[in-house]
Design a protein around this ligand. Sequence first.
Ligand code: NAD
Length: 411
Amino acid sequence: MSVFTNVLKQIKQAANHSSIPPSIFEQLKNPERILQFSFPVTMDNGSVKVFEGYRVQYSSARGPYKGGLRYHPQVNLDEVKALAFWMTVKCAVVGVPLGGSKGGVKVDPKKLSAGELERLTRALTRRLALFIGPQKDVPAPDVNTTPEIMAWVRDEYEKIVGYQEPAVVTGKPLNSGGSQGRVLATAQGGMYVLQELVNKLKIKPKQTTVAVQGMGNVGGIMAQLLYQAGYRVVAMSDSSGGIYNPRSLDVPAAEKFKKQNGSLKNFPNTKAISNSKLLELPVDILIPAALENQITDKNVSRIKARVIFEMANGPTTPEADIKLAKRKIIVVPDVLANAGGVTVSYFEMVQNLQQYYWHEGEVMTKLKPIMIQAFKQVWQRAEQLKLSLRTAAYVIAIERIAQAIEARGKY
Ligand code: NAD
């Protein structure tokens, strides 16, 4: 299944509901630049392995390219192009002055030692160094990449350019120029949006059941925040499967259990559940927070949730989206739900460039109104044009991107 084909359908659909000129529509159909690279890494046993990867710089109309770096064995160009476009849309939806990009390396980092992972990251940075920088393209963490990895990118980049440049990547650890609140940002941003939605739907957290797929930076923290806010988190999972208790889970205990045992398997008072079954549970809110293409034509008819809140990027295919809309299942799209991450990444760049750092309260105080305003604009546009929230978000985004392109004058 081509994820980028899905993207093209999404662009077309949004363009049909907006007044952007055909020439701009044509520009949006293709990334501005695609980098395909390979690089050698010396492994612990002395052998040399060659790794492959991509960086797709989709649009710089609204500002420097911005997007995560993913380490995963299934990374491919089609996927990276789609992710880079979604970053472009996301930055436009929340109104931060950034474009969109994404990168990935085909690797299973679980099979690397700490030293191999660091050497791989430094070799990758040497390949990317000419093409990244605060005024060019700013990478960030994504699947299987961590703040520590971002600190290595910064360090290697600075060795190449010869000066301090913390704003070359975001999502760094605090003691390497990171922002307070960045680790929390994606999940917390999602919570601000969810709270607005819950108010609109007039439902109470205590009566609301939630299933969360994925227990990483996004899903794991979101589950914690939901638990703290009084929601009934009834199911959670990671790549090895999940757990379910129809009453509710003790999320902090489950997190602790996973840390101690490596997985959620045999967590007391729960039923083991596969990732595919988790998606089909009878819950009020389903939160995919792992990988794309989880809700597809194949399983959409079995989805029972009232709301799908997309914390992962691209978890719903366009075909499934249409069917969910017909069934009046509300889908809060990724480009809105998980945009808190890139918003605080933008704050991190601002702090790095100003050499002036904010405390966590200040970060969250600035994040909250941005997320709430983005939700309100998307909700209002969806009601006005009788569109899904996703298409409404895309319409807003491509209009803003088109305005930025037009403002630059003739080309
Ligand atoms: P992560 O690497 O921290 O965690 C990924 C989680 O997904 C892990 O718990 C892993 O076990 C689980 N997983 C992997 N394969 C799975 C499968 N087949 N089925 C179920 N679970 C599986 O990654 P993350 O940063 O939490 O990112 C998750 C999603 O959120 C991705 O789609 C990413 O693009 C998106 N996202 C991340 C951020 C961010 O700030 N980290 C921001 C916006 C969007």
